[in-house]
Design a protein around this ligand. Structure first.
Ligand SMILES: *Cc1c(COP(=O)(O)O)cnc(C)c1O
Length: 209
């Protein structure tokens, strides 16, 4: 077994029912191929352009790849993102909701959408604050006609993630969101314990970037 295949095998043992999103940012098509050979099909990328360079070719061979955007999205790349990704996890502001709604009308595609939550209320971080999420969700649905089915977060890196993950689980229940994306290489087990339905893992699969 390659090391990527063996790391995937180890990870799968603690997933329970959560979906493993293999975060392939900065990784070569070669490394992604190794994961594909080990039956991984769900991938996460944080830049539209990088994903556009790598995935269309891989998709010709593996049409069942599911691609998630997990990085910040500029409004001028909304259309590219809608054309390429199956899931956009970083809906984080009204202007982007408007741009995505327009791109979806123009392309006829409708990727699944999740709202990025700034769960630690960190000033430098993108995402919607927990206390603004009801209003933002209402805006996305009522003003933009978007269907939002999930929440994602990156908790503050210098704090215990557990209370933040539990807060996310509460928000997801309150808003009846079926997808809860949280947990990375360092804390995916805690996230699953707290109710994550999808974890985003890069380093623990592909090694250090
Ligand atoms: C890079 C990244 C990950 C994966 O991080 P690892 O620590 O390598 O597992 C998860 N989520 C987001 C949003 C990322 O940018």
């Amino acid at each position: 077994m390659t090391s990527i295949a063996s790391r995937l095998a180890v990870l799968r043992q603690s997933l329970k029912d959560a979906t493993l999103i293999a975060v392939s940012k900065t990784q070569s098509a070669e490394a992604i191929r190794e994961a594909l050979n080990a039956d991984q099909r769900v991938f996460g990328e944080n830049r539209v352009q990088e994903a556009k360079n790598k995935f269309p070719l891989l998709r010709q061979e593996y049409p069942d790849i599911e691609l998630h955007l997990i990085g910040a999205l500029q409004t001028n790349k909304a259309q590219d993102a809608v054309e390429l990704f199956d899931v956009i996890q970083t809906l984080d502001r009204p202007r982007l909701a408007e741009a995505l709604a327009k791109a979806m009308r123009q392309t006829g595609r409708s990727p699944r959408l999740s709202i990025e939550v700034n769960i630690g209320n960190e000033p430098q971080k993108s995402g919607i604050s927990p206390n603004e999420i009801d209003a933002f969700l209402a805006y996305c649905r009522d003003e933009c006609g978007l269907t939002v089915s999930g929440l994602m977060c990156i908790p503050p890196h210098d704090q215990d993630p557990r209370p933040h993950f539990l807060h996310m689980k509460e928000l997801a229940n309150h808003l009846a969101m079926s997808n809860l994306s949280m947990g990375m290489s360092a804390d995916y087990k805690i996230a699953i314990d707290c109710g994550a339905t999808e974890v985003r893992v890069g380093t623990a699969i592909f090694g250090t970037r």
